[in-house]
Structure formats: C-alpha cells, structure tokens
Design a protein around this ligand. Structure first.
Ligand code: ADP
Length: 447
C-alpha cells in the first residue's frame, strides 16, 4: 500500500480523496494555487505545496509543478480527482515515468476514451450498443449532408474531443445542418484545440443513465449499478440518483453483463463510467469517463463501498476483494449539486460565506470544502457542495432530501439551493417521469 498520496485537485473532491487516504492510514499532500491558500483541503492535508498563481492553467493544470511537488514531498502516488488533469493521458504517462503511481487507468485507455470517435468504435467492437451515426470523423459539409439523409433528421453534430456539452449542435433539417456543422467545428476548435466532429442521431426524449465500473487490471471487473443523470441544464448535470426510476432489476442485470464483458475484453483498470442514453427500452453508449465522477457518492450510498479507497487499492496492485455476486445494491440515493450561482440566471456568485449550517441526521452526507468565513474564489468551477441523501426507498429518500435541503444554510453568496428545494417538490420528479430535456423546459429555458 502507498505511504503518501499527492492529491492533484481542489475543493470538495480534494477533501473527499483526503478522507479516503486517512482511513487507509496514508499521508496526504495537498497542492494549491495562491487563491486557495486558506482552502479546507490545504488545512487538513498533512503537507501542502503551492503550485502556482490562481489561473488553473498555471497551477492545477501545471503538470511540471505538480509532479515536482510529488517528487519533493516523496509521494508514491497521485490521485487526479475529476476535471483538471484527470483525463490527461500525457500527465498520467509523466507521472508513471517518474516512478509514481497514477491512481487511474492506463494512459492508453485514457487517450482511447478521450477521443469519442475512437471510444465509440471500440465499444461497437466490444458489443456495446451505440447511437447510430457516422463511423468516424465527418471531414466536410458534403459528407455531413449525405449522413443527415442516411441517418434521418434530427441529427447532432458532436466534437470528438468534447466535454461539458461544448461543441454540440442539433440540426432538424438539411437546411439547419450547415450552421450546426460549422458552429460545432468552430466551438470545438476554440474549446479543445481540436475541431474534428462526428454526427449522431439526435434522440428526442432519452434519459441519461450511466454504469459505474470497477476493474482491478487482474481480469476482475464489476459494475455497481447505474446512476440516472437526466436532470441537466445546458448538458450539465444538476441532480443524480441511483437506482434509475426507469430501470428494473432485469434490465440492470442484462446491461450490467454487457458493460462488464466489454471492460474485461478491453483489459481496463481502475474506476470508470460508461454513459448511455436510454430511450424506449434501448441503451445507446455515448461516452466513457476514465475517472472518478462528481456523482460517485450516490453509488457509494447504495452499494456501501468507498470508491476512492477501491481506486487506491487497485492502483497499488491489489485485486478486487469482492465479486459481482457480492455487490448488494440497497435503497435509494439522490445527490444535489449546489453551485455558487444565481439560481435563476446561473450567473456565478463567488464571495465570502457569512453563515454556514449543514443538515445532519441518518442518511445525510455533505461533500463540501465550505466553512464559515471562507471566500469562494471566482477562478474555478462554481460547484461548492454536494448534498447526498440515502433512504430505504425512493420515497423515504425524497422526504429526507427535502428536509435536509430546508435545513441547509449557506449565507453570504447565492446558491442553487432554492432551485433544488423547488425541483424536489415537482410532481414529475416525485414520479420519476423526466428525460434530459425536462429540467430546461420546467425552468422555462426551452420549449
Ligand atoms: P460531453 O462530453 O460534452 O458531456 P456527452 O456525449 O456526454 O458530451 O453528452 C452530454 C449530454 O448531451 C448527454 O447527457 C445528453 O443530454 C446530450 N446528448 C449527447 N448525445 C446525444 C444524442 N445523440 N441525442 C440526444 N442528446 C444527446
């Protein structure tokens, strides 16, 4: 087992990883920018190293500074968290070249899944159902138009190097495709420095359902059930739950077998998530995330496992200590992402936390690095807390979630707490009747 882990991240996820390390008896090293000198992850870590100024590209994305921090402090492994360098194959390779373990998959698998076209090709060859579409890059408008006729409108133009919903444009007809094609390429080029795009059938009313996977690199692969992440705005997840209100045990078991078999054939190692759109009883793979996800706690609450602990054990070479038959999914869990934002306009709302009171009680979990007097910097992602609630049934979970949301006080800044309080009281949410478009429609952002 490792003796010292460097956590190459900030905020709630840095704290989350610190907690798993401490419970394994591992020393932690925090890295931080000058804007984060007072952050909770820095305060709690055993050691900390300042790796640069506030802009992420000079600090949390500064590979050389982070690896130097690991070498200087004698860390034997690096956990990248999510975002920042977590899906950067070059970084993973550099870490390994320095004789430090990367707590994640092999660099080859990171680059394979980072290219969504390559990822789809791989999944098709592994027997995973995908959204119908182009079987590779779409190099020009002429090819795009030909494909539009073949696949049938509406279609979605997507960036091969995409993420965070950027570089994605819908075309309802051939006439709309020209703008969508050029728009997606321009946006992808600006956002990812890669303007390669592909085309998919645009599904009208799917749910977003993803499977959490763990693989030890010794041939053992398990899935830990699914998460329903259909409540989104601008393709960003707002609230997640496990299990999905749309799946039954038989559908879960059948899809679980497909995803486990695919990752076995791939020889995958560590944690990963296969994301699907689910419509009219069919699953369509859209992408694989080769890292821990923001919403991993809902899975932890229903399966009773610490995913970060498992990631660390796997990276140290240990085989999985359990099999698929041992995975026992119990009850229901929901996570609300709480952002420092205006709940109506979503404009960022950084600033000083004047008052802070967290809900408690059975089945309530808060993953957050906030504290009273902390100043939320304006330089980073606006998500400042995750409220995760578990109950024996979905109804119990919902009742508990509403009362926990009512107890939670975050003063001094605006947050999305009021949005969650309203959302969790709507009939559609109570009934589990929602698709990926419902939230935007309910908020009046879309027809
Ligand atoms: P990103 O990497 O940018 O997050 P994804 O491929 O994961 O992109 O898609 C993000 C979201 O966009 C999905 O959760 C879904 O809401 C929507 N989406 C993606 N592909 C399709 C599609 N073929 N049809 C309809 N919606 C889609």
């Amino acid at each position: 087992m490792f003796e010292k882990v460097l956590i190459a991240n900030r905020g709630e996820i840095a704290l989350r990883i610190h907690r798993a390390c401490k419970e394994l008896g591992i020393h932690t090293v925090a890295v931080h920018s000058t804007a984060d000198a007072d952050a909770m992850h820095v305060r709690l870590a055993d050691e900390s190293v300042c790796v640069g100024p506030p802009p992420a590209r000079e600090s949390y994305l500064n590979k050389a500074a982070i690896i130097s921090a690991a070498v200087i402090t004698g860390a034997d492994a690096i956990h990248p968290g999510y975002g920042f360098l977590s899906e950067n194959a070059d970084f993973a390779r550099m870490v390994e070249d320095h004789g430090i373990a990367f707590i994640g998959p092999s660099p080859d698998h990171i680059s394979m899944m980072g290219d969504k076209i390559e990822a789809k090709r791989a999944m098709i060859s592994l027997g995973v159902p995908c959204v119908p579409g182009s079987d590779g890059p779409v190099p020009d408008l002429e090819t795009a138009l030909k494909l539009g006729t073949e696949i049938g409108y509406p279609v979605l133009v997507k960036a091969a190097g995409g993420g965070g919903g950027k570089g994605m444009k819908v075309a309802n007809s051939a006439a709309e495709l020209e703008d969508a094609y050029r728009g997606a390429r321009a946006e992808a080029g600006a956002a990812f420095g890669n303007d390669v795009v592909y085309i998919e059938k645009y599904l009208g009313h799917p749910r977003h359902i993803e499977f959490q996977m763990l693989a030890d690199g010794h041939g053992n692969v398990v899935h830990l059930g699914e998460r329903d992440c259909s409540l989104q705005r601008f393709h960003q997840k707002v609230l997640e739950e496990s299990p999905s209100p749309a799946l039954n045990a038989d559908q879960r078991r059948r899809m679980g077998e497909i995803v486990v078999s695919a990752l076995k054939k791939l020889g995958y190692r560590n944690a990963g998530t296969l994301e699907f759109l689910y419509q009219d009883g069919e699953f369509y793979f859209i992408e694989m995330n080769t890292r821990l996800q923001v919403e991993h706690p809902v899975t932890e609450m229903v399966c009773g496992l610490d995913l970060v602990r498992e990631q660390i054990r796997i990276a140290s070479g240990a085989p999985l200590a359990f099999t698929q038959a041992d995975v026992n999914l119990q009850g229901h869990a929901i996570e609300c992402r709480i952002n420092a934002e205006n709940p109506d306009t979503f404009a960022p709302s950084p600033g000083k936390i004047a008052e802070y009171h967290t809900p408690g009680g059975l089945g309530v979990r808060i993953d957050s690095a906030l504290y009273s007097g902390y100043r939320v910097p304006s330089n980073y992602d606006s998500m400042v807390a995750k409220l995760i609630v578990h109950g024996t049934s979905r109804n119990e979970c919902l009742m508990r979630l509403r009362r926990a949301l009512d107890e939670y006080v975050i003063g001094g800044i605006q947050t999305t707490l009021p949005l969650h309080r309203r959302l969790t009281r709507t009939q559609e949410f109570i009934d589990g009747r929602y698709d990926i478009h419902w939230l935007e429609r309910w908020m009046g952002l879309k027809k």
